[in-house]
Design a protein around this ligand. Structure first.
Ligand code: ADP
Ligand code: MG
Ligand code: MG
Length: 938
């Protein structure tokens, strides 16, 4: 029986097989095979991990196989595992198919024991180095393989530093480090209940098992859940056993991390940091503050040249920006790791356009390598540049964007406060993987230590959250729940603002402004538009919104909600007048006042969107939304009554006083008389009464309009048919605005859509009004309008009756929010506040259907409606509007199902444009016949 192959040397492993070898392992193999200087090593595959997790023990032959491969390393390095004269030391590193920074740990210097330590001492003649290596190994092995917490080790370190008067680790002498190693060994024995194993193979075996187990550790499981990493994407971790190289062997040694291009701006220069005479984790852990790579060009010019060559080789091979780790041991450069660089949106876009220009990648790749959701960052708020607040302190600009929030000093508090709805900034000395839940909860992260490649920086950048790192001016006292910045004391709960673009930290809240489009983004999205089959419209309700949407590249407005205009403070009283009207005549008079306002708004929008379609939705929400709430009115009425009573009593006061106190001083009497007279005038004018009456009338109306379930009540087209004069006014406003624009030579393409439709009959009635008004207005203005009439599809019955609706409607616009509510019979607020989170946690539902379109249920209805609608009217234009319109999965769904457009909020337009292109690249489709025939319509 042949045993399965679980182990691959770096020379033989398939660099493309990340599932089997993990990302780190596959890349170590690939780098070895393209001739980069990687220390010899081998990969134990994820298959071995899965076998271990299933059987709860290592596959029977695994350790024999490991021994054979260690012998291989001994041949390549000339060193011997466990030798007391020429010891081979290795690192044991985890790595799965998906990069999970900091999620699983690495053991360094494995192979050290009392005997091999002597070998290292004799060989290097550097006791400081040898003891340092040993104490690192004891701590890492104890922590990772034996599960001993860092605390005891950290405390011992602090004690030794104190005893020897050292501020930094590097100041510790060999003797002090020896003392430390011995203390660590004692901690190991005490906490693990056994001596640290001397046999290097036992060390190796325990470490391999620990790495495998860490796959199912809490941190790793949480991370996978948060980022939706399924077994199909990454299943188990590999173990990489890699010969140790040392960056801490003196001043001709160093260690560093680099990006082949800047992950903050995309600029084509090596970006990174290094530390002379240090071991890798010193850079990553952010314990010493490293130097920028640029400094290396002067400090170690020959090695810098080698680093540039390394960068070029990496990019030529991967055709992608790489994030790599290197170590220089006594003047020799080794590459220890590479992976695709995690960059912010600006850098992704810039490098896409640049690498395409350099011929490194195709246009297609330039479009597909960017996660569309990342673009949201580009449109994230930046600090208002005119603010005058002086910075409290400056750290490193580790992840761009700005955020304000309450200071919290640990991840658990951050999580708790965020759950209460607070915006928080997580403030730590440095962060560790176990702080991950605090990152999810926080608006931004601030650390007092660590560089731009520290854990905090990398994780924040990945999440697109602002981060300021290495802000040394801040002294944090976690126990005291406070931090000091010079004279200023920050208590937990105080508000600060951080700017991850500049590294500044400010007291209080600073207003933010939106970011602007830059050239590369425009170029990239231009390419996307050329590829995409879906058109991307925006939801915009005002001329200002419309201009902004156009700026973001919207190809029209897919949803213009008229009620937003009604809510304008200047109009609301007129709207209320209309609602309060008791007679048709009164209502018409209020509507006449609204007409010119709406017409002017539509004109503004048409002008902003000239030539592009603008879909206006007739009034949708129930009337009571334009009135104050009953409890608000009751409160005000109570207050007004009290006021009236008080005014009445005060008016009586002077007479009363004079009766009971005839000796009242003269000036008293005079001023009281004055007050009495003015109160008399006030009452005469009945101002108070009018205010009271108005509120009482409003309250009566509110009671009248009150519904048990307003969202399913008198709203949308139902309201429009009960009060036809309202829709008539709106339709007139749209058509007259269009006619006026046309007369002025502005090309406009108005569309009217009717909300909440459930039967074709409703549509027919509104259409009749439209037809009458249209011919009247066209005749009066002597113009022909390019106009379209359509229906929202957001009611289940509308989907079922799509064939009939399409007889009247020229387009369907799916209102996926209401349709989702209707399909699930969930009210969104109640669902999200009560049971949805639990449903998702328990896996009853995979996603929140209000965030991620429920393709299986809601989507199925949409498919049927499109099929039946187009059965009646082959050229039926179909799109979606609402929040799902900017969500990549929904966009793929729309693309695959022959939709013509999606419409989303303006800031999501860039996301949608890119996602639409990716949908086409993933599953090419030709433009629908209609779009070909009538290229101007959507
Ligand atoms: P991570 O997944 O956290 O990046 P790594 O396996 O890359 O973990 O290791 C953590 C640190 O140890 C890195 O700085 C890395 O460069 C260093 N390291 C790992 N293996 C070796 C080795 N063989 N020689 C020297 N340093 C190493
Ligand atoms: Mg790690
Ligand atoms: Mg690494």
């Amino acid at each position: 029986m042949s045993t399965p192959k679980f182990i691959y040397t770096f020379e033989e492993g398939d660099g493309n097989d990340r599932m089997l070898l993990g990302g780190k392992g596959a890349n170590l193999c690939a780098m070895t095979q393209i001739g980069l200087n990687v220390p010899p090593g081998f990969v134990i595959s994820t298959a071995a991990c899965l076998a271990y997790l299933q059987d709860q023990r290592l596959p029977a032959t695994l350790m024999t196989d490991v021994r054979a491969h260690v012998s291989g390393l001994e041949r390549k390095t000339g060193k011997v595992f466990g030798s007391a004269t020429n010891p081979l030391l290795v690192s044991v590193r985890s790595g799965s198919a998906m990069s999970m920074p900091g999620m699983m740990d690495t053991i360094l210097n494995l192979g050290l024991n009392a005997g091999t330590l002597q070998g290292l001492l004799a060989q290097t003649r550097n006791p400081r180095f040898a003891w340092d290596a040993y104490r690192r190994f004891v701590q890492l092995f104890g922590k990772i393989a034996m599960g001993i917490s860092d605390e005891a080790f950290d405390a011992a370190m602090v004690a030794i530093k104190k005893k020897h008067g050292a501020v930094h680790d590097v100041e510790l002498t060999a003797a002090a480090l020896q003392e430390l190693a011995e203390a660590f060994l004692a901690i190991h024995q005490e906490q693990a209940g056994r001596l640290l194993p001397e046999d290097p193979y036992e060390q190796l075996e325990l470490s391999i098992e620990a790495v495998f187990r860490s796959w199912n550790g809490k941190r790793a499981v949480d991370y996978r859940r948060q980022f939706r990493i399924t077994p199909a994407m990454a299943n188990g971790t590999a173990v990489n056993v890699c010969t140790m190289v040392f960056g801490n062997m003196g001043n001709d040694s160093a260690t560093g991390v680099g990006f082949t291009r800047s992950p903050g701006t995309g600029e084509n220069v090596i970006y990174g940091e290094y530390l002379v005479n240090a071991q890798g984790e010193d850079v990553v852990a952010g314990i010493r503050t490293p130097k920028p790579i640029a400094a290396m060009a002067e400090e170690m010019p020959e090695l810098y040249r080698q680093l540039v060559a390394l960068r070029d080789k990496l990019e030529a091979h991967y055709r992608e920006v790489q994030d790599f780790e290197f170590t220089i041991e006594r003047g020799r450069l080794y590459c220890l790791q590479t992976r695709n660089g995690k960059m912010n949106a600006k850098a992704m876009v810039t490098t896409s356009v640049a690498m395409c220009g350099e011929g490194l990648i195709s246009r297609e790749r330039a479009l597909t390598r960017i996660n569309p959701l990342l673009l949201e960052q580009l449109l994230v708020p930046q600090l208002d540049p005119t603010h005058k607040v002086a910075a409290l302190a400056q750290g490193l600009p580790a992840s761009p964007g700005a955020a304000s929030g309450r200071v919290v000093f640990d991840a658990d508090t951050a999580e708790g406060q965020a759950r209460e709805g607070e915006r928080v900034i997580l403030v730590r000395e440095e962060t560790k993987p176990e702080d991950i839940h605090g990152f999810f909860a926080a608006q931004g992260i601030l650390t007092s230590r660590g560089g731009k490649t520290s854990h905090a920086a990398v994780v924040a950048r990945g999440m697109g959250k602002p981060c300021v790192s290495g802000c040394a001016a801040i002294e944090i006292d976690v126990r005291g729940r406070m931090a000091k910045v010079g004279e200023t004391v920050l208590h937990e709960g105080d508000i600060i603002t951080i700017d991850g673009t500049t590294g500044n930290v400010y007291p209080g809240t600073i207003p933010t402004i939106e970011a602007r489009f830059f050239d590369e983004l425009a170029t990239l999205l231009g390419w996307a538009d050329e590829v995409a089959r879906l058109e991307v419209m925006a939801n915009a309700d005002t001329p200002r919104d419309a201009e902004r949407a156009r700026g973001y590249g919207a190809m029209g407005i897919g949803l213009c909600r008229t009620e937003r205009m009604f809510n304008d403070p200047q109009r609301l009283p007129v709207v209320q007048e209309m609602i309060l009207a008791d007679t048709l005549a009164e209502r018409r008079s209020a509507l006449e006042k609204l007409l010119p306002m709406q017409r002017a708004d539509f004109k503004g929008i048409f002008q902003a969107m000239a030539e592009l379609p603008v879909t206006v939705r007739l009034l949708d929400p129930p009337m009571h939304e334009f009135l104050p709430t009953a409890s608000q009115l009751e409160f005000e009425i109570g207050q007004l009554r009290n006021l009236q009573r008080a005014a009445h009593s005060i008016a009586e006061l002077p007479d009363m006083l004079q009766i009971f106190d005839p000796d009242l001083p003269r000036d008293y009497v005079e001023s009281l008389g004055k007050l009495q007279r003015s109160l008399g005038e006030y009452r005469e004018a009945k101002r108070g009464d009018a205010a009271l009456e108005r509120r009482e009338a409003l309250l009566r109306k509110v009671h009248q309009l009150s519904e048990v379930n307003p969202m399913l009540g008198h709203r949308g087209v139902r309201l429009g048919l009960s009060y036809p004069e309202i829709y008539e006014m709106q339709i007139r406003a749209v058509l007259e605005a269009a006619a006026e624009c046309t007369s002025e030579g502005i090309a406009v393409r108005p569309e009217i859509m009717v909300p909440q439709v459930c039967t074709a009959e409703e549509l027919k009635r509104v259409k009749a009004t439209v037809d009458v008004l249209r011919s009247e207005i066209e005749a009066r203005h002597g113009v022909k309008l390019d106009f379209r009439f359509g229906s929202m599809v957001e009611v289940v019955r509308a989907c079922m009756r799509a064939a009939a609706l399409a007889e009247v409607a020229e387009f369907f616009s799916f209102g996926t929010n209401d349709l989702t509510q209707a399909t699930f019979s969930f009210s969104r607020e109640d669902a999200e506040n009560k049971f949805l989170p639990q449903y998702i946690e328990d896996g009853i539902l995979r996603d929140n259907p209000f965030e991620i379109l429920d393709v299986l249920g809601v989507g199925r209805l949409m498919q049927l409606a499109v099929e039946w609608g187009r059965g009646t009217r082959p050229g039926l234009v179909v799109g979606i509007c609402g929040e799902h319109g900017g969500q990549p999965e929904a966009i793929h769904f729309c693309h695959q199902n022959g939709f013509d457009y999606v419409s989303c909020s303006a800031p999501r337009v860039p996301i949608a444009r890119l996602a639409a292109a990716q949908a086409q690249l993933a599953a090419p489709r030709s433009r629908p016949a209609r779009a070909e025939a009538v290229p101007t319509s959507h």
